[in-house]
Design a protein around this ligand. Structure first.
Ligand SMILES: [Mg+2]
Length: 497
């Protein structure tokens, strides 16, 4: 690349990088400097007559992610945001490449082994663009040529900043650094390493890895890199119960061993259930029966979050006050256990002239109660839902949960309640307050995408999906909520600590 173009790019980089720590503050001087840097980078591209001076592997990857997400019916994050994460991936690959002993590689360029079913995969992944991709003949470099220039390649790798450095810069700018932050699944991440190289006719580290037959190996390395660091900084696991530690009354055989391991390595944990058909004492007794040690300050429920919200409303939503002043009359569409929780908290549970309405996982629901509930909601009374789950897994299938009942009320009365259990932000705030851990130190572990995993989505908290309950691996393809880590069950999660 001509020296003057390199100088323009270096100047552009300087203008951009210097302001990173103040990007998040929207500092006007910084925005001006970054804008100048971007314009310079554009000038460099136009002088060079292609995008190479300012784009490489990170753009191949970012465009691939975008394409796959659109194909899966998802809305991808902005290109620049994806490029930030893709830069971490790209730098990681360069640094790993530098660890390779070229003399021990068996590869010969004339014997390039494309991934199995390469053409079929490309057709499936790229759809209508497949022909174009298949015809993009990226120049292969002969193995001997790569070997001769290995020292120069090594120097490039050594001259690049480590991925952690870029991660820190991105964090300073409040930009995403984890695949889960942009709802990027491990599958798409791995595929991008293997198949994104032919998106453009430019020789990047992806082409180099392809010429060395290392793409599949590096897809594994990239995947492991994020998996191994997924739980870094986590200090407390928020363990879902049904589908995670047990299934109905069946305690998973690995649960005790997992919990013992947590206590051995001094990793904190609490239990949290969205199920509002029972109350806390029921769950404490159930855990005791299963010989799982737990105290009431380590077990939380969606009902706790709602009651806590009501108790601190300080008159802002005056009808909910529980101190005996008007406004403590509540109509509870829920089980006896839920009604008792409200009575214990000082409310008058009634079906006459209530001040507000609560809908829980009402397994005792009958037509008369449903009618009353719809009437109260239709009349405009404040309407609160305990948990948004559509179904509750039981032995051999599902039964309709609170979210399904809310949907029925919505059809009749036209209003959905505000929900308080997972994934409500109120649940996260409640857990931060009760456990004393920071948002980024909490990790939701559960079997359900739209409650457990969604609780951490768009937050600094982490999430782990266990496949021992309701979710199947293929459900991730269409999910808007992607966990930081997917494991078959808690026994596999143990290996990450
Ligand atoms: Mg569950």
């Amino acid at each position: 690349m001509p020296k003057d173009i390199v100088e323009i790019v270096e100047n552009a980089l300087e203008k951009i990088i210097a302001g990173v720590p103040r990007i998040a503050e929207r500092d006007l001087k910084v925005i001006k400097s970054i804008t100048e840097g971007l314009i310079l980078s554009g000038i460099a591209m136009s002088l060079y007559k292609d995008s190479r001076p300012a784009s490489g592997t990170e753009h191949h990857l970012s465009h691939f992610w975008e394409m796959r997400m659109y194909a899966q019916g998802k809305v991808p994050a902005l290109h620049g945001i994806k490029v930030g994460l893709a830069t971490i991936v790209s730098l990681f690959m360069w640094k790993e490449l530098a660890k390779i002993d070229i003399n021990n590689l068996q590869t010969k360029c004339d014997a390039i082994k494309l991934p199995s079913k390469y053409e079929e995969d490309i057709r499936q992944l790229y759809g209508i663009n497949a022909e174009q991709i298949l015809q993009t003949t990226n120049p292969n470099l002969p193995f001997e040529h790569i070997k001769t220039n290995w020292e120069a390649i090594h120097k490039i790798a050594e001259g690049l900043p480590p991925p952690r450095e870029i991660e820190q810069m991105l964090k300073l700018a409040s930009a995403p650094v984890r695949p889960a932050d942009i709802n990027l699944s491990d599958d798409v991440l791995r595929d991008s390493v293997i198949y994104a190289r032919d998106r453009k006719k430019t020789y990047t580290v992806l082409q180099l890895l392809g010429d060395l037959n290392l793409l599949e190996d590096f897809a594994d390395r990239v995947s492991n890199y994020f998996a191994k660091t997924a739980l870094k900084g986590v200090k407390c696991l928020v363990l879902d119960m049904d589908g995670t530690i047990y299934l109905s009354d069946y305690l998973f055989p690995f649960t005790k061993n997992f919990l013992e391991h947590l206590s051995k390595i001094e990793m904190n944990h609490v239990f949290y259930t969205n199920n509002s058909s029972q109350n806390k004492s029921h769950y404490l007794k159930k855990l005791e029966r299963m010989d799982i040690p737990c105290s009431s300050d380590k077990l939380f429920m969606s009902t706790d979050v709602l009651l806590s919200y009501l108790s601190r409303s300080d008159g802002k939503i005056g009808t909910y006050k529980s101190d005996g002043t008007p406004g403590n009359r509540v109509f509870v569409a829920g089980t006896k256990a839920l009604m008792q929780d409200f009575t214990d908290a000082g409310y008058i549970v009634t079906d006459t002239n209530p001040d507000f309405v609560v809908l829980g996982f009402d397994t005792d629901m009958d037509y008369e109660r449903l009618t009353k509930l719809c009437d109260f909601v239709r009349s405009g009374l404040p309407y609160l839902g305990v948990n948004m789950d559509y179904n509750c897994p039981i032995d051999g299938g599902f039964i309709p949960d609170c979210g399904a009942l809310a949907a029925a009320v919505e059809v009749s009365a036209g209003i959905m309640p505000e929900f308080f259990g997972k994934p409500s932000t109120r649940t996260l705030d409640y857990l931060i307050e009760k456990t004393g851990f920071r948002e980024e130190e909490l990790c939701f572990v559960g079997d359900r995408l739209y409650t457990d995993i969604a609780s951490a989505s768009g937050k600094k908290s982490r999430s782990v999906l266990v496949l021992s309950g309701e979710t199947k691996l293929e459900d991730l393809q269409t999910s808007d909520f992607i966990p930081d880590l997917v494991v078959s069950d808690l026994s596999e999660l143990k290996e990450y600590f």
